[in-house]
Ligand binder design. Structure first.
Ligand code: SAM
Ligand code: SF4
Length: 339
């Protein structure tokens, strides 16, 4: 049965935050110190994630599961969870292109320890990897992430390719005055390494609250900066994917831009989110959550959980209001929600 929201959007993609903890402290995401972690007893177990994953995939025909966080690779034994999720099957009668098959399994990671896990995750059934990389300069990397890990992240990208992940994509948040002078260098890196760089507009989900509209580098600015050096043509039809994409005219690959702030794509959104502590959210910017953990731990049946999920999806709004005066920042920041 499809999970359809009040605006007729069918939900196909679930983002699962497996932990709110992280080995980095990126300035646009977390404070340097003082982050309040969810107590471990409140974080869902693998069995709980699997149970909810099964309801989404096998009952509601969700065909994409993305693991995120916090940093998903700091959760111990992550390949065990991937293997459990890889056993799920999208119903044979579904209209999904993956009907009868396992859902598409992907991860968003900072990549610092990816070499240690790449092979095992691949064997467990993970399909695709996005690695975050906002700068190629070691000093700046240290300033932006508060960790001196550029070399290991670059190695993590190579490890992902060696393990056979395809595509490997790079996520680069662009913040004005911080790394916007590196747009071209990052594009060049993608062309040379055969990875698709996806530039992300800076969103008001930083824990320190320093986001301001003029720190956002717009999709138009990003694309013009690259096209001035490497001619591009837009690839039509994004569908429900968050990134608009362009192809290099010389055949050297693609770039993507996620224009959450300047060109919201809410009308095509097919995503919902599960936080590490089992709260269900129908939008990254939602101001309310539905407590699936409490229901599960109070003995709810799968039918009860499915009903609560349907009730929540019934409240999914048309879109976020970032550019409106009535925009309310979510109380939880990106790493607590699961980006
Ligand atoms: N730790 C992993 C990582 O960094 O890839 C996964 C979680 S992280 C929250 C997911 C993505 O959100 C990353 O690509 C990160 O760069 C991005 N992100 C974090 N804070 C952001 C913000 N304020 N605006 C835009 N993107 C942000
Ligand atoms: Fe950690 Fe990812 Fe947030 Fe950086 S963006 S602090 S790596 S969760």
């Amino acid at each position: 049965m499809d999970l359809v929201d009040p605006f007729g959007r069918t939900i196909r993609d679930l983002r699962i935050s497996v932990t709110d903890r992280c080995n980095f402290r990126c300035t646009y995401c977390m404070p340097e110190e003082g982050m309040q972690w969810v107590p471990r007893s409140e974080v869902l177990t693998f069995e709980e994630f699997e149970r909810l994953g099964r309801i989404f995939v096998e009952r509601f025909e969700v065909d994409g599961l993305r693991l995120t966080g916090g940093e998903p690779t700091v959760r111990a034994h992550l390949p065990v969870l991937v293997a459990k999720l890889a056993e799920l099957r999208v119903p044979a009668g579904s209209s999904s292109p993956l009907a009868g098959q396992k859902p598409d399994l992907s991860i968003t990671t900072n990549g610092a320890t990816f070499r240690l896990l790449a092979h095992e995750l691949r064997e467990a059934g993970l399909d695709r990897v996005n690695i975050s990389l906002d700068t190629l300069q070691r000093d700046r990397f240290q300033q932006m992430t508060r960790r001196d890990e550029l070399v290991r992240v670059l190695d993590g990208i190579e490890a992902a390719k060696e393990a056979g992940f395809s595509p490997v994509k790079i996520n680069a948040v662009v913040e004005r005055g911080v790394n916007d002078d590196e747009i071209l260098d990052l594009a060049r890196f993608g062309r040379e390494r055969g990875v698709e760089v996806r530039f992300i507009e800076f969103m008001p989900l930083d824990a320190t609250g320093h986001w301001m509209n003029d720190k956002v580098v717009s999709q138009d600015e990003i694309v013009s900066a690259i096209a001035a050096e490497f001619p591009l043509e837009q690839v039509p039809a994004r569908g429900a994917a968050p990134a608009d994409r362009w192809r290099y005219l010389d055949g050297a690959g693609m770039i993507g831009v996620i224009p959450t702030v300047t060109k919201p794509f809410c009308g095509d959104c097919d995503r919902v989110r599960l936080t590490a502590d089992g709260q269900f959210r129908t939008c990254l910017f939602a101001t309310s959550e539905f407590d699936l953990r409490a229901l599960m731990r109070a003995g709810a049946s799968d039918d009860d959980l499915a009903m609560e999920i349907q009730r929540a999806v019934g409240t999914k709004w048309a879109g976020h209001q970032i550019n409106q005066v009535n925009f309310i920042r979510p109380t939880r920041s990106m790493s607590q929600i699961g980006g």
